[in-house]
Design a binder for this molecule. Structure first.
Ligand code: CA
Length: 216
């Protein structure tokens, strides 16, 4: 999952980005509205965290412009006691809100719910044959036994599982699994796929030559 955070407070931006990367998300950042809008329009993010109070172009203007082109799920960060902001946000097309100051676990939970809703899912569990993926706990079991998995492997597995039955191209995987600051060595994806196959069974992920990968 690839996220964009638009936030002008450097410390808050850095701490959110780091915490979300540790959760296995690919994270891009923007410190002001115009840059945020540009990135939001250029990249197909899985979700955007957008601060309301930004210098020059504020969060509402970013959202309004973005909604002309894209339906990317947006989580707004609003200040306490700005209940009017919430109503305004609904009208403008925001998907959810977190009121500052917030705990990171609350932010994570809202984000997961947002991404889940955008994929039209009602549960945190994805069951594929003998494999069960818990998208809240970010854990994987095979025949009910826990599987040790890295954050990057998890991200790849979750993305393919959410698009089960579809062939997901390498380009799409790169767009959703790696941020602007990540090293995108072309063979890295193959390494993660290979590791997942060792852990979950070789047939679990199929390769479509010239097209991409697929979980049937
Ligand atoms: Ca701000």
């Amino acid at each position: 999952m690839r996220l964009l955070i638009v936030e002008d407070e450097p410390d808050l931006l850095a701490s959110m980005a780091q915490a979300l990367r540790e959760e296995g998300y690919a994270v891009d950042t923007a410190a002001e509205g115009e840059d945020g809008l540009f990135k939001a329009e250029s990249v197909d993010y899985d979700a955007i965290i957008l601060d309301v109070m930004l210098p020059q172009m504020d969060g509402w203007t970013v959202l309004k412009n973005l909604r002309r082109a894209k339906k990317t799920p947006v989580l707004m960060l609003t200040a306490r006691d700005q209940s009017r902001d919430r109503v305004k946000g609904l009208d403008t097309g925001a998907d959810d809100y977190v009121v500052k100051p917030f705990d990171l676990p609350e932010l994570f939970a809202r984000l997961r719910a947002l991404i889940r809703r955008s994929a039209n899912r009602t549960t945190n569990q994805l069951e594929i044959g003998r494999v069960v993926i818990d998208t809240a706990a970010r854990t994987v079991t095979l025949d009910t036994k826990p599987v040790e998995i890295t954050a990057r492997e998890y991200a790849l597995l979750e993305y393919l599982a959410l698009h089960r039955g579809e062939v997901v191209t390498r380009a799409t995987l790169y767009e959703h699994l790696f941020g602007d600051d990540d090293d995108t060595l072309s063979n890295l994806l193959d390494v993660h796929v290979s590791n997942l196959r060792k852990k979950l069974g070789h047939e679990f992920i199929s390769t479509r030559r010239g097209h991409g990968y697929c979980i049937e």
